[in-house]
Design a binder for this molecule. Structure first.
Ligand SMILES: [Zn+2]
Length: 262
């Protein structure tokens, strides 16, 4: 079915039989849509009567509750901010988490109000980085029951990255340099610390050694890496169910090089 985008005549729609997926929507023609070529809409699986527990729900461990402060770039009394475990395509991708194991709708008024303040603060901090035009704030919450808000920075001038596909582009673009990434993390952490809390990301040390010895640097800070952490926003959004609930197509997706996370 290569009838993409616009101009699907009524006669074509009528001829679509039950087994055929719906026509591909217009947004596949937008400049911001990252893919081209023939596309097909996937067949929808039947809805499940009972959804599986998210991480931190039912008998599933909570990654956020188990993570030490050292896994974060900034920590405060009631909030923590972490990064991916390595640089991705966007200049900055951060996650704001409550310390308490609560989801968005469960926040008491104090935390709800602070979430607003923290959101504005983080947006400003990230937007203050060189080369950042806009910061997109997202909350999905299908992977983990523990409140986590995503902050995605769009690089300045990259008009093609505008809008909702930014989370996809984060995995498509070549990763930014490690030193730039660490510098950005340190700047954001320092900015947040102006208002309180503790910055844990440090700028990269000036490397005095020869390049061959760089990998031996003992001063790698800002290591928000836990094995289960998502490597990018899009991988995090892809929550892989427990094995017994794994459908064929999901099993295919889970062969990605990184462990499932969300
Ligand atoms: Zn938790």
């Amino acid at each position: 079915m290569n009838r993409v985008g616009t101009g699907v005549a009524d006669s074509v729609r009528v001829s679509v039989v039950q087994d055929n997926p719906p026509s591909v929507p217009d947004f596949t023609q937008w400049p911001s849509f990252p893919f081209e070529g023939d596309l097909r809409v996937k067949q929808l699986d039947d809805p499940v009567p009972l959804e599986p527990p998210r991480r931190g729900e039912g008998n599933r461990e909570c990654t956020a509750c188990n993570a030490p402060d050292e896994a974060y770039i900034w920590v405060g009394e009631r909030w923590r901010v972490r990064a991916m475990d390595r640089p991705t395509g966007l200049p900055m991708v951060l996650i704001l988490e409550s310390r308490s194991h609560l989801d968005l709708g469960d926040l008491p008024n104090l935390l709800a109000a602070e979430l607003g303040v923290m959101t504005v603060r983080l947006e400003r901090a990230i937007r203050s980085l060189d080369g950042v035009a806009r910061v997109h704030v997202n909350r999905w919450g299908d992977g983990s029951a523990h409140l986590h808000m995503w902050f995605l920075a769009r690089p300045y001038g990259r008009l093609q990255l505008r809008g909702t596909f930014l989370s996809l582009w984060d995995s498509i673009l070549p990763p930014i340099s490690e030193s730039q990434w660490r510098e950005n993390l340190a700047l954001v952490a320092a900015w947040l610390a102006e208002f309180g809390g503790r910055p844990l990301a440090e700028p990269p040390r000036i490397q005095w050694q020869a390049p061959s010895s760089l990998s031996a640097s003992p001063t790698e800070s800002a290591e928000p890496a836990a094995d289960e952490e998502p490597a990018s926003v899009i991988e995090a959004a892809e929550e892989i169910p427990e094995p017994e609930g794994l459908s064929a197509s999901e099993a295919e997706q889970s062969k990605a090089e990184h462990p499932p996370a969300g």
